[in-house]
Ligand binder design. Structure first.
Ligand code: MFK
Length: 523
C-alpha cells in the first residue's frame, strides 16, 4: 500500500483557543474566570473527543415512526445517539441556565455563550432547540405572564436533565417563511372556553420539545398585528400528543441530525401569552435571542473549520514541504483567521451588551446599539461562516469533497445560518427599521468611542491608518443613508451593502481597540 494520510486531529478546543482565552481573561472578573474555567476545559475536551468519535461511526439521522404495528398513530421520533446525550450535556453545563442565572450579572451571557461556542459543533445542532428554549424563556419573562413564567421557566432553565424542557418556536408556515404576518393558523375557543389551534406549521425545528411558542389568528382579521402569541405544551399529562400530527421530517441539505418537521395542529390546546394581537411584537425578544445564538454557532463553525484546516496544513505535504510552509497557503489561512477574529470580537461584544441590557444596567444608547447590532451580527457572521467553510473544503483538496472525512458537513451545515431566523435580506431590512426608530447616532457614537480608545492607547501609531479607514467607511455609510432617506426604493435596494459596511466597520473598530490593548498586554 502506498502513502496514507492521517485524519486531522483536534486538541482540547478550550485550552488551544488563544482568542477565546485571551478575550475571557481581559473581559471577565478573575474570580469568575476561575470558577467557570473547569467547565470550559471539560467542554473543550468533549469537543475534541466528539470529533474523534464521529469519525469512527456511521452518520445517523432521526427517524419518524408514524404508526405502530396495530395501526395506532404514534408519531414517535427517535433521536441520534449524540442527541440522546443532549439533555445531560445541556443541563449539566447550564447551556441555557447560565444565561439567566444572576450570579455573574452583566457577564452571564458571556459565560453562557463561551459554553455554547465550545459545545455547538459537537452537539450536532442540539443547540438549535437550546436556542429556542432560551428564546422562549426570554420572551415569557418579557411578557410578564406570571402564571406561564412560574410553570415554564424553572423547567426551561433546569440544571437537572430529567427536568429540562426544550421549547420550539413555531412560526414558519407554507404561505410565509419570512413574511410571518401572512400566517394562516387560527385560534378558536372550544365549548369550555379553552383556546385551540388549527393550522399547518411547515418548519418546526423542535417538535421533540416539551412546549412551543407559536403565532395564530384569534379572529378573521388579516395582517400581522392580528396575530397572537400562544404557549402550548406538546403532550398532555398522559404523554399523548396535544392535537399535533407530525406529517414528515424534512430532507435537508445539512443539519441532518436535527429533526425538522412538518406538522398539523388540529385542536391543539394553547394559552395566549399576552393579549390577542401583536404576536410578532411579543415573539420578537425570542427572535433576537435565537439570532444571537445563530451568531455564536456560526462563530463556532468558523473556529472548527480553521482548527481542522490548520491541523491538516501541518501534516499534509505537497511540492516537497508541508502546506503550512507554503506562503500562499499560510496567507489563505491567515485571511480566514482575521475574519474569524473580527467576528469573535463582535459576537462577544454583543453578548456582553445583551447581558447588560438584561441586568437593566444598559443605558439608552446601549439599548439602541444592541437592537441594531443583533441583526447586523447575525447576517454578517452567517455569511462569514459559509465562506470560511467553503474555503476549508478547498484547503483539504479532494478530501474536502468526501463526505466521510467530516469536512463537507461543515459547509452543508453552515448554509443554514443565513437562512433560518431571518435571511440576510430580511435582517438587512430589519436593521434599517431599527435605525429608523432609534437613529444611527448611537451606533456611530459607540464605534467612535472604540476608535478613540484605540487611538489614545496606540503606543506606536501603527493603528492610525486602520482607525482612519474605519472612520471613513462609517462616514460613507452614514452619508449614503442620509442621501437616500427620502427614497425608500434606493434605501431598500442598498440595505444589504449598507448592513455589511456597518458590520465590517463596527467589528473593525472592535479589532482596533483589541489591537491597541494587545500592545500593552501579553495575551
Ligand atoms: C444553532 C443556532 C440555532 C438558532 C435557532 C434556529 C431555529 C430555527 C427556527 C426558525 O427558523 S423559526 C423562523 C424564523 N423566522 C424568522 O426569523 C422570520 C423572519 N422575518 C422577520 O423577521 C420579519 O421582519 C418579521 C416577521 C418580523 C416581519 O413581521 P411584520 O409583522 O410584518 O413586521 P413589523 O411590522 O416590522 O413588526 C411587527 C412588530 O414587531 C413591530 O413592533 P410594533 O408593533 O411596536 O410596531 C416591530 O418593531 C417588532 N419587531 C419586529 N422585529 C423585531 C421587532 N422588535 C424587536 N426586535 C426585532 N427583531
Amino acid at each position: 500500500m502506498g502513502f496514507i494520510q492521517p485524519a486531522p486531529a483536534l486538541a482540547n478546543q478550550y485550552s488551544t483557543d488563544r482568542v477565546l482565552r485571551s478575550w475571557l481573561a481581559h473581559a471577565l472578573p478573575p474570580a469568575m474566570l476561575g470558577a467557570i474555567g473547569t467547565d470550559l476545559d471539560a467542554l473543550g475536551r468533549h469537543a475534541a473527543q466528539a470529533w474523534r468519535d464521529a469519525r469512527s461511526r456511521s452518520a445517523s439521522t432521526p427517524v419518524l415512526t408514524r404508526w405502530d404495528a396495530w395501526g395506532e398513530r404514534i408519531d414517535r421520533i427517535e433521536s441520534t445517539p449524540v442527541w440522546q446525550q443532549g439533555a445531560a450535556m445541556s443541563a449539566g453545563f447550564g447551556l441555557v441556565a447560565a444565561g439567566h442565572e444572576p450570579q455573574y450579572g452583566e457577564y452571564a451571557r458571556c459565560d453562557q455563550f463561551a459554553r455554547v461556542y465550545l459545545y455547538h459543533v459537537a452537539s450536532e445542532f442540539y443547540t438549535c432547540p437550546l436556542a429556542m428554549t432560551d428564546g422562549a424563556a426570554t420572551a415569557l419573562k418579557v411578557s410578564g405572564n406570571a402564571e406561564l413564567v412560574a410553570r415554564a421557566l424553572p423547567r426551561l432553565l433546569s440544571r437537572d436533565p430529567a427536568g429540562l424542557w426544550l421549547s420550539g418556536q413555531w412560526m414558519t408556515e407554507t404561505i410565509g417563511g419570512s413574511d410571518v404576518g401572512n400566517s394562516e393558523t387560527t385560534a378558536r375557543r372550544d365549548e369550555s372556553g379553552q383556546w385551540r389551534l388549527y393550522g399547518r406549521k411547515w418548519f418546526t425545528s423542535a417538535v421533540i420539545g416539551h412546549m412551543a411558542l407559536t403565532l395564530a389568528r384569534p379572529n378573521d382579521t388579516p395582517g400581522s398585528s392580528a396575530l397572537a402569541m400562544f404557549y402550548l405544551e406538546t403532550h398532555d399529562a398522559d404523554g399523548r400528543w396535544n392535537g399535533i400530527r407530525v406529517d414528515r421530517l424534512k430532507d435537508k441539505l445539512g443539519t441532518r441530525e436535527l429533526a425538522t418537521a412538518e406538522i398539523h395542529l388540529d385542536g391543539t390546546l394553547a394559552t395566549p401569552v399576552g393579549g390577542l394581537d401583536h404576536g410578532v411584537r411579543m415573539i420578537a425578544p425570542m427572535l433576537n435571542v435565537t439570532r444571537t445564538w445563530n451568531s455564536v454557532c456560526a462563530l463556532a463553525t468558523m473556529r472548527r473549520c480553521i482548527a481542522l484546516a490548520t491541523a491538516y496544513a501541518h501534516q499534509r505535504r505537497a511540492f516537497g514541504q508541508a502546506l503550512i510552509d507554503h506562503p500562499l497557503h499560510v496567507a489563505t489561512l491567515a485571511d480566514m483567521q482575521a475574519r474569524f477574529e473580527a467576528a469573535f470580537q463582535f459576537v462577544f461584544h454583543v453578548a456582553h451588551l445583551l447581558g447588560r441590557n438584561e441586568c437593566a444596567i444598559a443605558d439608552a444608547d446601549e439599548r439602541a446599539v444592541l437592537r441594531v447590532l443583533t441583526p447586523l451580527l447575525k447576517l454578517w457572521t452567517a455569511r462569514l461562516a459559509v465562506g470560511i467553510a467553503s474555503e476549508t473544503c478547498e484547503a483539504f483538496g479532494g478530501a474536502g469533497y468526501i463526505e466521510n472525512t467530516g469536512i463537507p458537513q461543515l459547509l452543508r451545515d453552515a448554509q443554514v445560518y443565513p437562512i433560518w431566523e431571518g435571511t440576510t435580506n430580511v435582517l438587512a431590512l430589519d436593521c434599517l427599521r431599527a435605525i429608523e426608530s432609534a437613529g444611527i447616532d448611537p451606533l456611530v457614537r459607540a464605534a467612535h468611542d472604540l476608535l478613540a480608545e484605540a487611538h489614545a492607547t496606540d503606543m506606536d501609531g501603527s493603528l492610525s491608518a486602520a482607525i482612519g479607514a474605519v472612520r471613513a467607511a462609517l462616514a460613507a455609510a452614514v452619508s449614503w443613508r442620509q442621501h437616500c432617506v427620502t427614497d425608500p426604493i434606493t434605501l431598500q435596494a442598498g440595505a444589504r451593502a449598507f448592513a455589511f459596511t456597518l458590520a465590517r466597520s463596527f467589528s473593525a473598530a472592535l479589532l482596533c481597540r483589541h489591537a491597541a490593548r494587545a500592545q500593552r498586554f501579553d495575551g
